[in-house]
Structure formats: structure tokens, C-alpha cells
Design a protein around this ligand. Structure first.
Ligand SMILES: CC(C)(COP(=O)(O)OP(=O)(O)OC[C@H]1O[C@@H](n2cnc3c(N)ncnc32)[C@H](O)[C@@H]1OP(=O)(O)O)[C@@H](O)C(=O)NCCC(=O)NCCS
Length: 140
């Protein structure tokens, strides 16, 4: 199937983005914060089928050798159709030569393994809101 891939935030319907995030239980920030996060990101990817937004993702980066991937989501009825991989591949294409890290949601690790990621042995994180630790899969 031919999808349309958009790599800017121009004209994005943030309500549609937020509705997808909500449908996959990723709406843990406000809509305005989500819009800011995408607009301030180094790379963004939005995938459309016709006029319908069906998935997206973003990456932050220093523009030299480090990047981090966030907010990968696909509309639930489109899961397992290769879209998540398409979103990651499109992000990676603009991060060539960079090391890339991410937080996998608990249970989604195999999706990232299949896309070349491995678990970190010494990865650490400090969260602004302590409840985010559990959402991100940290136990202590
Ligand atoms: C995770 C997500 C982005 C994957 O997108 P997708 O379009 O369903 O994934 P793909 O079809 O590209 O899958 C690629 C491979 O990963 C596997 N995979 C996909 N989702 C998986 C999951 N949740 N757990 C384990 N494996 C998964 C697929 O079976 C497929 O394997 P195969 O190549 O052997 O057939 C999508 O399911 C989603 O939006 N989930 C809800 C939000 C979420 O958890 N986002 C990740 C935040 S860290």
C-alpha cells in the first residue's frame, strides 16, 4: 500500500495525533506539550493513508552523533502492517551515523529488537514526574 510520509509538522492536526496517542495509552502529557515536543524535535515522521493520519514518531538529536526516539505510535486497527517499521526506518534515514536510544514501553521490546535495538546494561534515567518511572518500565 502506498502511504504518504510527511517529515515536517506543517498542517498537522494535533487533535488527530492526540487521539492516536490516547488510543494506545500514550497520552500522558497535554496536547499542547505534545505539539511542542514534535515541533521542537530534530526529526518527525507522520504517515497518512489518503487524508487519514495513521501513525507517527519523532527523534531528538544533537545533530552530530547522538539521537533518541520518542512517541512512535500506529493507529490500533493498523498494527502489524509494517507501519511501525516504516516510521522507524524513515527516522533512522535522517540519523545516519548516529547512535540512537529509546525507552520501549513494557511489552514492546521485541518490536525494537526486530528493528536493530538491544537492551542497555547501564542505561539510567531521571524523571521529572516519579510516576513516569513505572510507565517507562523502571522498577527502582
Ligand atoms: C509498537 C508499534 C509502533 C508497532 O507498530 P506496527 O506497525 O504494529 O509494527 P510492525 O508491523 O512494523 O512490526 C514489525 C515487527 O515487530 C513485531 N511487533 C510489532 N509490535 C510488537 C509488539 N507490541 N510486541 C512484540 N513484537 C511486536 C511484529 O510482529 C513484526 O514482526 P515480524 O517482522 O516478525 O512480523 C505499534 O504496535 C503501536 O503503535 N503500539 C502502541 C504504541 C506503542 O507501544 N508504541 C511504542 C512506544 S515505545
Amino acid at each position: 500500500m502506498a502511504y504518504r510520509i510527511q517529515e515536517t509538522c506543517q498542517g498537522i492536526d494535533w487533535d488527530a495525533v492526540y487521539a492516536i496517542m490516547d488510543s494506545v495509552r500514550m497520552a500522558s502529557h497535554s496536547l499542547e506539550q505534545v505539539r511542542l515536543a514534535f515541533e521542537n524535535s530534530y526529526r518527525v515522521v507522520f504517515v497518512f493513508d489518503g487524508g487519514e493520519l495513521i501513525g507517527f514518531g519523532r527523534a531528538v538529536s544533537d545533530g552530530a552523533y547522538e539521537a533518541a526516539i520518542y512517541d512512535i505510535a500506529v493507529r490500533p486497527e493498523r498494527h502489524a502492517g509494517g507501519l511501525g517499521t516504516l516510521i522507524l526506518d524513515t527516522l533512522h534515514a535522517g540519523l545516519e551515523g548516529m547512535d540512537t536510544i529509546l525507552f520501549a514501553m513494557p511489552g514492546v521490546e521485541d518490536f525494537y529488537r526486530k528493528n536493530g535495538y538491544a537492551k542497555m546494561l547501564t542505561g539510567m534515567a531521571k524523571f521529572a514526574r516519579p510516576q513516569r518511572m513505572r510507565e517507562k518500565g523502571f522498577t527502582d
